[in-house]
Every structure is written in structure tokens, then in C-alpha cells.
Design a protein around this ligand. Structure first.
Ligand SMILES: Nc1ncnc2c1ncn2[C@@H]1O[C@H](COP(=O)(O)OP(=O)(O)OP(=O)(O)O)[C@@H](O)[C@H]1O
Length: 591
């Protein structure tokens, strides 16, 4: 069975420990028949046998020996159970640790397409609840199955040894119990798959809500969000109750049948005692061990419930476990090269699923050139630059860096040569220093400050209470939009890449600061090809070339002056913006 194979595979490193735990479970549970046997001897020899009174005075040492034996075996069983549980816990926790690392690496290695199609809340559920269900299976479900089976088999063998007929009478109850259990399992299985899905929706809502709490507050939508959460919570709770109710439908039958063991024992066993076919001691052994038959039957419901949860969780985990990104590292470069920074797009088209976003785009950027990309929102600018570091692969055509198709370049080397400041700025919960030096944690303090100055961030950073050691919260909470952008820009420049991609990075900074940044970008002390997405003519005007995108196509391509002369989209934007900013930029370039 696939699930067991998967568990076995991932138990690597702890297999011996786990097998020992299973063996000890079997040994420990087999010992359960010893005390009823000793009890049987005590009853037959000292309480109910024909020579009981005589034996009580004559064989006192045997009685003491049997009693000590009972206490000794109880202690032995308890110690074994303690040791066994420890082994189960250690092996299952070790496995959980390994699989969690594996899954985390898998998730890290996925491409953008994967993240587009997977909800964060769902991935979090896989990494936490689902993985813990797998651990629970190893440490509890399999253990309980093995122990219940061992006790059942040991009790049946012992019963057969005492009286075959009475044992068969008792076993008559097993087939109906298995039928009821089978019907229950069949009905409850889809419910747990559904339950797992609802849990994931609940987690997704919670995660989105916490991450987006500023938007929620800004729109005063707390009651709406509470209601949304409430709906999902009710949804999950209802599914949980429904699954529990199904169990209650079957529980009375299972419980009655399990109780039936005692009834059959009392009736049939009592008759056999009266017929003197079995002794009182044997009857007492039967009654002491009858739980060995009825308890596993009672546990069946709980075990089936947990197994179904395990199946639902494992199905989710293997989605990640066996997921293969489309964009992979073809080979590992021994020495990472520094590129010159030549970028070519050759007849590039791109589709997200079925929607074509870029159509037949061709252009070349020479090393050291600065190219600006402008266009209406949704025209495909971000998508276009995402193709250079291979966040996505082209659908048609080729993207080349230094004359080589990016799909043939080593991925880490390629990405290591590109500094990106994305449109949505994400800063980590770390110091400002740590955020700027993210691409090179060994970066000296002076360099961090140098790039912060270039990004016009140094002044506001030094005014903060702890300067560069100020911890910025998740998503850069505590900083303004423009401040976050400047830290992200410093982070991108700090790796001194031969290719720098800036996606609307100065949209939230004032014009004066932007000018400072423009100057810095012009005067960078390392060779660098720059691709800048911008909406302001003041940003694009100085670029060596400007591309205008419209609906996924390059509709204008030229210098500032050439595009103004064309009197197309760029000219219109220029006119609109110049009216607003007092004609800072002229048709001959910026002043
Ligand atoms: N991950 C995605 N999955 C599916 N469609 C997407 C995805 N990202 C963007 N799109 C679609 O692709 C088109 C181009 O988006 P893109 O982000 O490249 O535009 P843009 O020009 O950068 O816009 P903006 O200036 O608003 O940032 C849009 O229609 C958008 O809805």
C-alpha cells in the first residue's frame, strides 16, 4: 500500500528503532495473558478447587510466588510500555523533523507558478497539522493497531487452549463487528477529505486576515472579516460534527456487539462451569481476558477515524512532496561567473495558464545601458521583467543573457547576477542592516551604509531610534511606503549585480528623493545594465531607450526625444505629467 511504503521510506534512519518498538509492543502485549493465567492458577488452587483449603495452608509459598509473579509481570509490562512509547515517540518525531525539512526545501524550490496556484494557508496547514497527523499515525495509530491485534490473537490462542467451543461462541461476534466497521469506514472517508479542505480554508482566511490587517482596518471591515471567519469556522465545525455524528450512527452497534462478549461469556461460560467442562479458574481467566477481544473492537471506530484523517493529510502532503517545479536548475556551476549584462528578447510570447500576456516581443539591451519600460497598468511590464531571472519561462521565443538562452544558464548563477527590487516590497522581520545585506550576509557595515546612501535611505535610517539596528516588522511595518521602497532598492543594489531590475521602485518617493536616486543609479561604481519600470517621465527620460508596452506588445521603442517626436502614448503621458509638475522635463531631456 502506497501510504505504508511512503512512511517506511521516510522512516530512514529510524527504521531499526521503530521495528524494535513494534517488536516490544508485540512482546509486551503477549504478556497480558500471563496475569490471567496466574490468576487462573490462584483461583483453581487456592479458592475454588477441591483442595483449596488444604492448599492454602500447605502451598503458601506457591501462592506468594504467584502473587509476586503477578506484580512482577505488571511492573515488567509497564516498564516495557514506557520504553516502547519512548521509541515510538523518538522515531516519529525524528521522521517529522526530516519530512518537515524536506517539505520546506521543496516549497522553497518551487517556481512562481506553484505559488500562484497554492494558498499560503493551505501550505501552512500541510507544514503543521498534516505533518503532525503523520507523526500521530506512526506514534499512535500503528502502535494501537499492532497492540490490539496482538492482544486479540494472544487472548484467542489462550482461549482455544482452555476451551475451543466457548472461544468459537465468543468469536461469532467478530464478523458483524468487522462488517459494521467496514461500513463506517466507507461512509466516513470522504467526510475527512472534505474536513481537511475546510480546515485549509479556515487557515487561509485567518492568514490572509492577519497579513492584511492594515487594509481591513483602513476600510473598517472588521465586522465583515469577523463574519467571514465565522462562516468558515462554522463550516469547519459543522463538518467536524457531521463526521462525529456518523460515528455515533455506528457506535451503538459496535458498543453493543463489544458488550456481547461479556454476555456470551457469562451465558456460555456459566453453562460450561455448571457442566464442569471448565474450572472456575479458567472461567476467571476468560473474564479477565475478554477485554482483549472487546477492547480492540471498541477501538476500531477511533482507529478508523484517525486512519481516514491520516489518508486525507497524507494526500495533501504528497502533493508537495512529489511536486516538481517546471523551472529547475539544469546544472550546478562550479565557479559562478559574473555576466556582462547583455539582454535580448527574441520574439517572446508568454501566457499565464491560457491568458496571453506578452506577444512577440523583441528588443536588445547592451551591457551598461539603461532601458525604461512604461505602459498602462496590466500591459505586461512586470511579467516581461519576470522572464529575465526565470521567475517564469517564456511560452514562445527566447530570452538571452550574454547571448545564452536563460533556460540553459545555471539558475543560481543567473539569479545571483540580477538584483531585483519588486513592486510589492517585502522586508523581513529583521534589522534594517540585515534587510539591506540580505543578498550577502557578510557585507561590511560601511557597504550597507554606502548603498543606503545611494538609495537615499541613510538619512531617515539614522534618525530612527536604533539606526541600522532598528528591527522592522513583518512586511516593513513601521516604515512609510517610500522608506520601504528605498530599503528594497538598497538591498537590490547592495549585491552589485551586472543587471539591475527596478519595478516601479520610486513610485512612492518624492521628486527630490527620486532625483537623488537617479543620480546614484547613473554613478554606480560597478558596470550594470538597468531595466527600470516607471510611470513618471522624470524617471524614464534619462534612459538610453524607452519601451512602451500596450496590451502585451511593444508599441513604441526609442529615446525620450524620439518618442516625444512620435507623438504617441509617451508624448501624451509627458504632456499630462508636465502640466502637473511645472514642465520639469523638456522635449530635449530633463533639465
Ligand atoms: N500570476 C498571474 N497569474 C495570472 N495572470 C496574471 C498573473 N500576474 C499578472 N497576470 C495578468 O497579466 C497581465 C499583466 O500583468 P503585469 O503585472 O505584468 O502588468 P503590469 O504592466 O506590470 O501592471 P502594473 O503596472 O499594474 O504593475 C494582467 O492582465 C494580469 O492580470
Amino acid at each position: 500500500m502506497f501510504q505504508l511504503k511512503w512512511l517506511w521510506h521516510n522512516l530512514r534512519g529510524d527504521r531499526a528503532r521503530y521495528i524494535i518498538a513494534l517488536c516490544l509492543s508485540v512482546v509486551g502485549c503477549s504478556l497480558t495473558i500471563i496475569n490471567p493465567y496466574l490468576g487462573q492458577r490462584i483461583v483453581d488452587t487456592f479458592l475454588a478447587g477441591p483442595d483449596a483449603a488444604h492448599n492454602l495452608s500447605d502451598k503458601r509459598s506457591l501462592l506468594i510466588g504467584l502473587c509476586i509473579g503477578m506484580v512482577g509481570f505488571s511492573l515488567l509490562r509497564t516498564s516495557l510500555a514506557y520504553f516502547t512509547t519512548m521509541l515510538y515517540e523518538r522515531s516519529s518525531q525524528n521522521m517529522l523533523y526530516r519530512v518537515r525539512i524536506f517539505l520546506y526545501n521543496k516549497i522553497q524550490g518551487q517556481d512562481m507558478n506553484y505559488y500562484d496556484h497554492n494558498r499560503t494557508g493551505d501550505l501552512m496547514t500541510k507544514m503543521t497539522g498534516d505533518l503532525d497527523m503523520v507523526r500521530h499515525t506512526m506514534a499512535w495509530i500503528i502502535k494501537t493497531i499492532i497492540e490490539s491485534l496482538t492482544i486479540f490473537v494472544a487472548a484467542v490462542i489462550y482461549f482455544f487452549y482452555i476451551d475451543v467451543e466457548l472461544t468459537l461462541w465468543l468469536l461469532l461476534l467478530s464478523p458483524p463487528i468487522f462488517i459494521v466497521a467496514f461500513l463506517f469506514a466507507k461512509r466516513v472517508r470522504p467526510m475527512y477529505t472534505d474536513l481537511r479542505e475546510r480546515l485549509s480554508q479556515l487557515n487561509t482566511i485567518t492568514q490572509e486576515n492577519i497579513a492584511g490587517n492594515r487594509v481591513v482596518k483602513a476600510f473598517a471591515r472588521e465586522p465583515y472579516e469577523v463574519q467571514k471567519f465565522h462562516d468558515k469556522n462554522v463550516n469547519f465545525s459543522k463538518a467536524n460534527k457531521a463526521a462525529a455524528m456518523v460515528w455515533l450512527d455506528y457506535f451503538p452497534y459496535l458498543e453493543t456487539l463489544a458488550q456481547g462478549f461479556t454476555v456470551v461469556l457469562l451465558l456460555a461460560g456459566g453453562l460450561l462451569v455448571m457442566d464442569a467442562r471448565i474450572t472456575f479458574g479458567e472461567f476467571s481467566a476468560f473474564s479477565a481476558l475478554v477485554w482483549g477481544l472487546s477492547n480492540p473492537m471498541r477501538n476500531i471506530g477511533i482507529i478508523i477515524n484517525d486512519i481516514q484523517r491520516f489518508f486525507a493529510s497524507l494526500n495533501k502532503i504528497v502533493d508537495v512532496y512529489y511536486a516538481h517545479p517546471d523551472i529547475v536548475n539544469g546544472h550546478n556551476a562550479v565557479v559562478k561567473r559574473r555576466y556582462k549584462g547583455r539582454i535580448q528578447f527574441e520574439n517572446v510570447s508568454f501566457k499565464y495558464d491560457n491568458a496571453t500576456v506578452l506577444k512577440n516581443i523583441s528588443f536588445t539591451v547592451e551591457p551598461g545601458e539603461t532601458i525604461a519600460i512604461m505602459g498602462a497598468t496590466g500591459s505586461g511590464k512586470t511579467t516581461l521583467i519576470n522572464l529575465i531571472p526565470r521567475f517564469y519561462d517564456v511560452t514562445e521565443g527566447r530570452v538571452l543573457v550574454d547571448g545564452t538562452d536563460v533556460r540553459k544558464l545555471e539558475l543560481d548563477e543567473l539569479r545571483g547576477n540580477i538584483g531585483v527590487a519588486t513592486q510589492d516590497v517585502l522586508l523581513f522581520s529583521d534589522t534594517i542592516d540585515g534587510n539591506i545585506a540580505y543578498g550577502d550576509p557578510d557585507m561590511p557595515e560601511e557597504d550597507v551604509q554606502k548603498f543606503a546612501k545611494l538609495a537615499a535611505a541613510h538619512d531617515f535610517i539614522t534618525k530612527m531610534p536604533d539606526g541600522y539596528d532598528t528591527i522592522v516588522g513583518e512586511r516593513g511595518v513601521g516604515l512609510s511606503g517610500g522608506q520601504k521602497q528605498r530599503i528594497a532598492l538598497a538591498r537590490a543594489m547592495a549585491v552589485q549585480p551586472p543587471i539591475l531590475i527596478l519595478d516601479d521602485t520610486t513610485s512612492a518617493v518624492d521628486l527630490e528623493t527620486e532625483e537623488h536616486i537617479q543620480r546614484s543609479l547613473r554613478e554606480l561604481d560597478f558596470a550594470c545594465t538597468k531595466i527600470i519600470i516607471a510611470q513618471r517621465v522624470s524617471t524614464t527620460a534619462e534612459a538610453d531607450r524607452i519601451l512602451i508596452l500596450d496590451n502585451g506588445r511593444v508599441v513604441e521603442d526609442g529615446t525620450h526625444a524620439e518618442l516625444l517626436a512620435k507623438r504617441g502614448y509617451y508624448y501624451e503621458v509627458f504632456m499630462l505629467q508636465n502640466e502637473g509638475i511645472g514642465r520639469q522635463v523638456t522635449a530635449n531631456g530633463p533639465k
